[in-house]
Design a protein. Structure first.
Length: 279
């Protein structure tokens, strides 16, 4: 190799050019990976007991069996603390009173959307998430025995503090994750007829009587919790089993209502990534 100064400068220039080219290649890859979305999607069905009291329809407690469908999607980005949680929950229950002489049908759809901050401990085996979600709910209670005011509409919008704890461990040489989620009410609004007011007065005659009611954790307490176990069965598919308990109560306009549901759940979780194409 020549030791001429010009030759050495030419070699250094080539090395510098190659280094810059490699750097330009690596930067889009890093940015692309950082902007990738990790999607955790879960589908579960559940069955269990339901207990309902609605003093607008009846002073009796109604009990029975209900079924639920729950679809959950959580979106995360690598190296970012915040994640987005979205959940759909649909319930339908067939109920009877203690004498088994009257029937009620209860149904509801709940949509949950929120943001959670993530902490990771013990080499990512333990994850703690905390934040808040917005819960929008629509539903009904139908009493088959009532000729006057046979149905009660359910509608509310809540802001709910939320906490989730997830722990990963090995069981029988299989990766397993235990997950506990808790949602509590803070403030919200709900629809309710007033004591002695009929739906005919509300919707046909337009007689408003404090039917849109602000609520707090005192007038409308709620305790929603979900405990699940997940066991990996393939590369990206995970079996999920668990329990969902939702205990909703309202005391507004001199009326009382509660809907308690217990569900034993089974379903699958799918984890995948979406990587946007580099421009």
């Amino acid at each position: 190799m020549s030791n001429h100064p010009y030759s050495r400068m030419k070699t250094i220039s080539k090395i510098w050019a190659v280094s810059c080219w490699l750097l330009t290649l690596s930067n889009p890859i890093h940015a692309q990976n950082d902007s990738a979305k990790v999607i955790i999607s879960s589908r579960m069905v559940g069955i269990g007991a339901t207990n309902v009291l609605d003093t607008y329809l009846s002073a009796e407690h109604f009990n029975g069996i209900g079924a639920s469908f729950i679809a959950t999607v959580e979106r995360k980005r690598p190296h970012r603390r915040w994640s987005t949680l979205m959940e759909h929950e649909a319930n339908l229950s067939l109920l009877h009173d203690r004498a088994d002489s009257k029937k009620e049908l209860e149904g509801a759809y709940n949509f949950y959307w929120g943001k959670l901050y993530n902490w990771h401990f013990y080499n990512d085996r333990l994850t703690i998430q905390a934040g808040g979600i917005v819960n929008a709910s629509l539903g009904f209670i139908y009493n088959t025995s009532n000729s006057n005011n046979p149905a009660q509409a359910r509608a509310h919008l809540n802001i709910m503090p939320t906490g989730i704890a997830s722990y990963r461990f090995i069981l029988f040489n299989k990766p397993v994750m235990a997950r506990y989620e808790l949602n509590l009410p803070l403030v919200g609004i709900m629809f309710s007829p007033n004591y002695g007011q009929s739906y005919y007065e509300i919707f046909n005659r337009g007689n408003y009587d404090h039917n849109i009611v602000p609520t707090t954790f005192v007038s409308a307490p709620e305790w929603r919790q979900m405990l699940t176990l997940e066991a990996n069965i393939t590369g990206k598919w995970t079996l999920r089993i668990g329990y969902l308990g939702n205990y909703q109560q309202y005391k507004v306009n001199q009326l009382k209502q509660h809907v308690y549901t217990h569900r034993f759940l089974i379903g699958f979780t799918h984890r995948f990534s979406i990587i946007p194409h580099a421009l």
